[in-house]
Design a protein around this ligand. Sequence first.
Ligand code: NAD
Length: 334
Amino acid sequence: MKWGVIGAGGIADRRAIPALMKDSENKLVAIYDRTFSVAEKLGKKYSVPFFSNAETMLKSADCDAVYIATPVFCHKTDSLLALSYGKHVLLEKPVALNAKDGAEIVDAFVKAGKFVSVGYMLRFHNLHVKAREIISSGGIGKVNGIRIRFSCWYPRIENAWRQNKEQGGGGVIMDLGVHCLDLAEQLLGEEITLVESFYATQTFDYEVEDGAVIIFKTQSGVLGHIDVNFNVPDNASESKLEIYGDGGYVICNGTLGQEETGELLFLRAPQDGYSAIQNRTTDAPQKFSADGGNLYLKQFRDFAANASAEKHDYFFADRTVRIQRLVDKIYAEK
Ligand SMILES: NC(=O)c1ccc[n+]([C@@H]2O[C@H](COP(=O)([O-])OP(=O)(O)OC[C@H]3O[C@@H](n4cnc5c(N)ncnc54)[C@H](O)[C@@H]3O)[C@@H](O)[C@H]2O)c1
């Protein structure tokens, strides 16, 4: 699949474009950024034509699909623009500023028969795939709870769109929380139906939240808890994902991030009778390691396979709109 890029900033240059460049099945053919110097720098770096006008790129570049990594407030305009030129779109997360805009994007692609998906690349992590396999095969019995902790250090940066409510749609919930909600549905294989949250700006002086606790319940009654923070130093940010059932646990340490790292611990420990001593098992959990692959490359390959086969599956795109509805509800209740 031949790709154009709209928004050649942080994640595009750091992860997505290098992943495309490595792949024999996908090819980067053009780059657009509204800032000419950024477009020029990346165009030269990756030896492809560069543009500072998106329509000129869409008119002249021979691309089948567009990867969009602009700020959240640009997602709707940019994806509908790419669609108007008949392109499939892989849009960075979150889908849009709110669920209404997200639904408009997905509906427009469905109507036009072009494929759209959203960049929740954590679902491609080999240990998250493994966790889903264990859970769906009943490895930990009936699941009753999930906890996710995901954080980083994100201090004030002048004019940062992510720190501006109108441009980013919110703070750490819009940035890290959405990943966790998406991943929870992926791992549990069911929808989140109820959500509540406490959130605050605790450490920094920007207008969006830098810390949040989200609690939720799924269709079947699994209870979930998410902690997301912009105010935990990177060196202290231990990502953790724990899923408990009535027959054991799956725990992923260090799997939430831009690289396929970390480990998965799986303990199968069904229990029959009551034991007042409540001794912990001495059985060691089974340990699985990360493959060290490239999450963004896996995502491009999955997208290209889906889009080229013309068996467009909008399940994930629909899910991102549903996730956005949960986030809208959280912010509406402040
Ligand atoms: N999946 C992931 O791992 C991941 C990681 C980081 C960011 N993201 C997502 O990628 C998107 C981009 O994030 P980023 O961190 O790369 O942002 P960034 O600010 O580093 O880059 C955004 C780029 O878009 C360009 N741009 C185009 N139109 C613009 C406009 N009207 N205003 C401002 N900039 C404009 C900027 O020039 C810039 O080069 C966001 O949706 C973000 O949530 C995803």
